[in-house]
Design a protein. Structure first.
Length: 479
């Protein structure tokens, strides 16, 4: 019997043994939990309560009405040509029309209609109800940052070192919290010519939306100012939702443990699905591996990283790249395919891969092969919020990595933020970037293609290298 067959049989035996031991426990927990949820549904129905039990997902893990109960502020930046006059009322109307009052063309439902519902817990489970007092329009604030005197302007470094950190911390608590559309009229950007530009910053509390949703909202709803650039300026990640205490234990990963505190954010251009399908089919024919879309997207990322980081000269032949897909990002019931979000923790021979400019298919196999990830995570998402949240926190501590890569699948109803109008109330996919992680990449499926939403630390890539990296993710000559 060949060693390959022996390994397959051994892994199968281990998996079967594990399921034999865990299955009774999981079934018992699942049964008891569902009985409790049924009792709660009956109780809410009999008491004519306005509360509606949340099915599952990350909203059930961390339920909270936008009231400042969670730490963190989300920022998005739009750069546009400067103007001698700014109409604050017009800015307010633009924001209201494109965000708060935006409706789906198909049935006239508000895109952010769920923000009019209050989120609270009942018996530890996340619930929502229609609020008679909460009006999201009253929580929108548009204001202009004070400009320097005598017609002067902010220099880019002053804006990055002074304005952005202040916006990240000095949130207006009186509107508890809110959406803020902050306008900085006079900013001199070095690579945008001699004329000052207007920088508009979307600022909202993390309990309103995650960073991924904010990024998509900026790119799809708010870039209507003849924009000359999106996220051209580096800005700081806000407070983390929770903190892990893991140590990597990896010696030859050139990106672990490197952090400057300054992050570059950006989103790539759209990589059309036809290119992804072509790569999937061609790489599958040329390589005898179990190919998936996640493997293909991760291969694109590794190729682009290798080309950029090899210029630094600190990637040796024995360098490895530690990848991780955090389990904190939960699939929604309408996510397709079902197993697109899989907990991975694997090392790649990065030194060898960095020599290649072509896409080299990498083998992304889950740490727990054969695990029905979607169903396990769905079960976790149906548990009481505190229990589910602690499970996620505990598991995430065992996935140290220098690079976070997540493939967020397209959703049929919820999740995308396209201009044509799609329901976005349940987007939840922004991967947290701990200090020991230098690069975070989220592949977002929407609008007929895939975009890579990226965050890198200045210690890993400078601004120019980051721009090159975003271009390499979609450049045609790779394919």
């Amino acid at each position: 019997m060949s060693s390959f067959v022996q390994n397959i049989l051994l892994k199968s035996a281990i998996i079967l043994s594990g399921y034999t031991l865990l299955l009774p426990v999981l079934l018992l927990v699942f049964a008891v939990n569902n009985v409790l949820r049924c009792v709660l549904k009956i109780y809410l129905f009999c008491t004519c309560s306005k509360l509606e039990l949340i099915s599952n997902g990350i909203e059930n893990l961390f339920p909270g009405q936008p009231d400042g109960s969670t730490d963190g502020i989300i920022l998005g930046i739009v750069v546009s040509p400067s103007s001698s006059t700014l109409d604050l009322e017009a800015e307010q109307n633009f924001f209201m029309q494109n965000v708060i009052n935006k409706k789906l063309a198909k049935d006239g439902v508000k895109v952010y209609g769920r923000l009019e519902m209050v989120l609270e817990k009942k018996w530890g489970y996340g619930c929502r109800k229609k609020s008679d007092t909460f009006d999201v329009q009253e929580h929108v604030k548009v204001w202009i940052e004070t400009v320097p005197a005598n017609g002067e302007f902010y220099m880019e470094q002053e804006f990055v070192a002074g304005i952005i950190p202040k916006l990240a911390k000095d949130f207006d608590k009186t509107i508890k919290p809110g959406w803020e559309w902050v306008i900085i009229p006079q900013v001199q950007i070095l690579n945008l010519g001699d004329s000052p530009v207007i920088v508009r910053v979307l600022r909202c509390h993390h309990s309103y939306m995650d960073g991924l949703s904010a990024g998509l909202l900026v790119t799809e709803c708010l870039m209507d100012f003849h924009d000359i650039g999106f996220l051209l300026l580096p800005f700081h990640i806000m407070e983390r939702v929770f903190s892990g205490k893991s140590a990597s234990g990896v010696d030859c990963d050139p990106m672990i443990g490197r952090g400057s505190g300054l992050r570059h954010f950006g989103v790539s251009k759209s990589l059309d699905f036809e290119t992804v399908r072509y790569l999937w089919s061609s790489l599958e024919r040329s390589e005898n591996q179990n190919n998936t879309i996640t493997n293909v997207l991760a291969s694109i990322v590794v190729s682009a990283l290798g080309q950029v980081l090899s210029r630094r000269g600190d990637i040796s032949d024995n360098s490895t790249l530690t990848f991780s897909t955090p389990t904190a990002i939960l699939p929604h019931p309408d996510s397709q395919p079902r197993n697109a979000v899989v907990p991975n923790n694997f090392c790649l021979p990065f030194g060898e891969l960095a020599k290649h400019h072509d896409i080299q298919l990498i083998d992304v196999s889950p740490s727990l092969p054969g695990t029905p990830t979607h169903y396990l995570l769905s079960c976790v998402g149906r548990l009481p919020g505190r229990i589910a949240g602690n499970i996620v926190k505990f598991v995430c501590q065992w996935f140290p990595a220098s690079t976070v890569f997540t493939s967020v699948p397209a959703t049929r109803v919820k999740g995308s933020l396209a201009c044509c109008g799609s329901f976005v109330s349940d987007v939840g996919g922004w991967s947290v970037l701990p200090r020991q992680i230098g690069v975070s990449i989220v592949a977002i499926s929407y609008g007929g293609g895939i975009r890579f939403w990226c965050v890198v630390d200045e210690a890993i890539m400078n601004h120019k290298d980051f721009d090159d990296f975003l271009d390499l993710l979609i450049v045609e000559r790779q394919y």
